[in-house]
Write a protein that binds this ligand. Structure first.
Ligand SMILES: N[C@@H](CCC(=O)N[C@@H](CS)C(=O)NCC(=O)O)C(=O)O
Length: 181
């Protein structure tokens, strides 16, 4: 049976992407609760990035949420096996991919900003590469502006609730609880 990691609260947008696809495909799966902060040492052998999300199938490990989605769709998506509104438009649309990248960038940069603020860390003190972190606050705003231009009152794609809509809810929920202004 397919096994997929999740954090205890289910708040990981990365794992959620995989669970949406698993549900849409109607695949039986087991959820493996994994705390990102206290991953076991051997987790590095499975995912060297040391990040949750990881999927196991037939004795093989797959990491990175986009890779996991691609794997599931490539191996388990059977057209026309019923109404599959989310999976059907996940991989083929380049605009979807760009929006998912933007949402993930908001999350990654947002986490960095949050951690720097909480620890009074000034990236400008770090030479020569501090500017990369210093740019993260602007990066969040730049990405949010990009998203704003594409949203409609009905969502990002009127009439269809997609993976990216759900991911953006996770991102916005996260940002509400950060120090980004
Ligand atoms: N690019 C990765 C991001 C995964 C990710 O950042 N997961 C978070 C939990 S939501 C994590 O494991 N953070 C711990 C860390 O960055 O060390 C993916 O798409 O799977």
């Amino acid at each position: 049976m397919v096994k997929m990691t999740d954090n205890a609260t289910g708040s990981s947008p990365y794992c959620r992407k995989a669970f949406i696809v698993l549900e849409e495909l109607g695949l039986a799966y087991e959820k493996i609760i994994t705390d990102p902060e206290t991953i076991p040492e051997k987790f590095k052998d499975i995912n060297p990035t040391m990040r949750v999300s990881v999927l196991t199938d037939n004795g093989q490990y797959y990491f990175e949420s986009d890779v996991i989605q691609e794997y599931l769709l490539a191996n388990y998506y059977m057209k026309p096996a019923g109404k599959i509104p989310l999976c059907g438009n996940r991989t083929l649309n380049l605009n979807d991919s760009m929006e998912l990248t933007i949402i993930e960038t908001i999350l990654n940069a947002g986490v960095n900003v949050c951690l720097m603020d909480l620890s009074n860390f000034d990236p400008n003190d770090i030479k020569p590469w501090g500017w990369v972190w210093a740019r993260d606050r602007e990066r969040v705003h730049s990405c949010l502006n990009w998203l704003n231009k594409r949203v409609t009152p009905e969502g990002f794609k009127p009439g269809l609730f997609t993976v990216r809509d759900i991911n953006s809810i996770c991102a916005l929920d996260f940002l509400e609880n950060t120090t980004i202004d």
